[in-house]
Design a protein around this ligand. Structure first.
Ligand SMILES: [Zn+2]
Length: 55
């Protein structure tokens, strides 16, 4: 589902940027999380993915 509303896009993008993804199990964790909520691994990486920005 493509998001065309620029305001909504900004919000969604910020949420994605703030997420932490576990390198071990791939679970998404809330921003500020130290350990994975699923496997308790500390191997988390920030999710930095730009969406909907092609120009
Ligand atoms: Zn995990």
């Amino acid at each position: 589902m493509p998001i065309t509303d620029p305001v909504l896009l900004k919000i969604v993008e910020n949420r994605l940027l703030n997420k932490l993804v576990c390198r071990k199990c791939g679970a998404r964790n809330p921003p500020g999380a130290v350990k994975c909520r699923r496997c308790r691994s500390r191997n988390l990486r920030p999710k930095k993915k730009r969406i909907g920005v092609k120009k």
